[in-house]
Design a protein around this ligand. Structure first.
Ligand code: MG
Ligand code: MG
Length: 251
């Protein structure tokens, strides 16, 4: 389905959904330390989503087995939490989660380096991926086109020679986790579908230190870089407004 202009009541529910989601991500951030398993992080996530009054939106979505995607190093997105995936010092860990509140869904991701970064370029990758998200958001307003957002993100990231993942993209969000249209992290301004004030979208650059090619791991979910390079991912759900945007996935 194509994302709809949301009603005031739906927007109110998405603000609360986004507040819960952001609260849980910030609660998880300091727990991403060497020695913890991704399954343990997921248990913390599930308990905190429920304690905050939300429902996990990823659990069972297209068969996904957990409440959060945790993707480590060369894993880009859709990592399944596992008891035997133990975070090591310097790992790049992406936490991607969806929360539902009164039937309205928000989607957000952060990337954290556990302990001390192994290389300066890891710190820079994480910082620049987050900045790319804000570069994309900066061009948003009523009647923005998806290509405007993609171009802003791509132009910023190209300065660093990163790989920009093309097989996965941002999207409309709200009644469902993934609504049309796609919001690519690359493209040309003045192309693509127009977006109206009142629509809600997830913008989510996925960036690698190598090429942009991906492959799916044996677990059928985890998306990894084909060349083994490490990756970062940041995502916000936002409401498009007349003159700009409002981040919904914030505390
Ligand atoms: Mg997400
Ligand atoms: Mg998303």
């Amino acid at each position: 389905m194509t994302t709809k202009v949301k009603t005031p009541a739906e927007i109110k529910a998405m603000r609360e959904s986004g507040r819960i989601l952001a609260t849980v991500l910030q609660y998880l951030r300091p727990k991403v330390k060497p020695g913890i398993s991704t399954a343990e992080l997921a248990r913390f996530a599930k308990a905190e989503i429920i304690r905050q009054g939300g429902e996990p939106a990823f659990l069972g979505y297209e068969g996904f087995p957990d409440v959060i995607c945790i993707s480590v190093n060369d894993e880009i997105v859709h990592g399944i939490p596992k008891a035997d995936t133990i975070i090591a010092d310097g790992d790049i860990v992406s936490l991607d989660m969806g929360v539902s509140y009164k039937g309205m869904i928000t989607d957000s991701a952060i990337t954290v380096i556990a302990g001390r970064a192994k290389q300066k370029r890891h710190l820079e990758l994480v910082k620049n991926t987050e900045e790319a998200l804000y570069e994309g958001l900066a061009v948003i307003h009523d009647q923005v086109r998806t290509g405007d957002i993609g171009e802003a993100i791509e132009k910023f990231l190209n300065k660093f020679g990163y790989g920009i993942v093309r097989d996965l993209v941002g999207h409309g969000v709200g009644h469902q986790i993934h609504e049309d249209p796609n919001i690519p992290n690359y493209g040309r301004a003045n192309t693509g579908p127009w977006l109206d004030a009142g629509m809600t979208i997830a913008v989510e650059p996925m960036v690698t230190l190598g090429a942009d090619h991906v492959h799916i791991a044996d677990d059928k979910w985890t998306v990894k870089t084909a060349d083994g390079s490490w990756a970062a991912h940041f995502e916000h759900t936002i409401l498009i407004t007349k003159n700009g945007y409002e981040i919904l996935t914030k505390v």
